[in-house]
Design a protein around this ligand. Structure first.
Ligand SMILES: [Zn+2]
Length: 295
């Protein structure tokens, strides 16, 4: 009798150890759509991700809704890119009663700075170099695993596979752009969102608006830019999916630069568009730029 009891107990224990604990689904908030996609790639079926700034939205300027505040308050993890991108987040966190500490995924990335109005400002657009998003993936994996240790192995395997895809994407960008003569690699865009792209892949970008779409160009800045575009022989311009194209169109008209199309600089397209994931966004931008500057 005693023996049967002990056996039953051992059996129950064995079942307990061998069957993995049923992990819960993590509810995650990401500040903007590009980051939300990368979190989905690592989190897989174990996470539900809400992007605060929607596809085609401007991550510098954002008016959160009551729904956004509720999602943040209830989130297991909130992810930010950081480096000055989400200037609106602190106010939303306070208003929503969010008690957690947001995970900044750009931690560990070697940032670049630009002079703006006599001040050195950190460029927040780190994702426009693919290698920086491998750092994101690593930070995201650590945060997800800390919140749900039962799924740590799954997150690690997703992150490893995704990093491999990103390595290939980075090599693709280098090869495509590297095939174009250096003196042709010059583009006009709306705002300074391509500092990391420029450093990684060797394309020069000129823009009337600074690092944040919240800044404005003076008449003097615009006149100087028009001179520079003519002097350097910049022949092509792009509009951006997430902000007003009028200023860049006016400048292009004054210089004779031709339209290259649209670039997805800091926001995904809608699900049926050409840049519905981070990887397709980079591939699309590289192809658009290469087509325009090879003419
Ligand atoms: Zn920007």
């Amino acid at each position: 009798m005693q023996q049967t009891k002990a056996l039953g107990w051992l059996l129950a224990l064995a079942i307990c150890i061998s069957s993995p604990a049923h992990a819960r689904t993590l509810h995650v908030v990401a500040s903007f759509s590009i980051l939300a996609d990368v979190v989905k790639q690592i989190g897989g079926a174990q996470v539900v991700v809400k992007s605060l700034v929607p596809p085609d939205g401007d991550p510098h300027e954002f008016e959160p809704s009551p729904d956004d505040a509720r999602a943040l308050k209830e989130a297991d993890i909130a992810f930010l890119s950081g480096e000055g991108l989400e200037t609106w987040f602190q106010r939303l966190a306070q208003a929503s009663g969010y008690k957690g500490k947001a995970t900044v995924v750009s931690t560990g990335i070697e940032t670049i700075s630009m002079e703006e109005d006599g001040k050195s400002v950190t460029d927040p657009h780190v994702w426009n170099s693919v290698r920086n998003v491998i750092v994101w993936a690593d930070n995201i994996e650590k945060a997800l695993s800390a919140a749900s240790p039962e799924d740590a192995a799954k997150f690690r395997s997703n992150a490893t596979n995704y990093a491999k895809q990103l390595e290939q994407l980075d090599a693709y960008a280098r090869a495509q752009i590297g095939a174009i003569p250096k003196e042709q690699r010059k583009v006009l865009t709306s705002h300074d969102a391509f500092g990391y792209f420029s450093r990684a892949y060797g394309v020069s970008f000129l823009s009337p608006i600074g690092l944040s779409t919240e800044s404005e160009a003076s008449a003097g800045d615009v006149a100087k830019l028009i001179d520079q575009i003519k002097k350097e022989g910049v022949k092509v311009y792009f509009i951006e999916n997430s902000n007003d194209p009028r200023l860049v169109q006016q400048i292009a008209a004054a210089t004779g630069a031709k339209p290259g199309g649209k670039l997805y600089v800091e926001s995904l397209s809608a699900a049926d568009g050409p840049a519905a994931t981070y990887a397709s966004l980079i591939r699309y931008n590289v192809d658009q730029i290469v087509t325009a500057i090879s003419k």
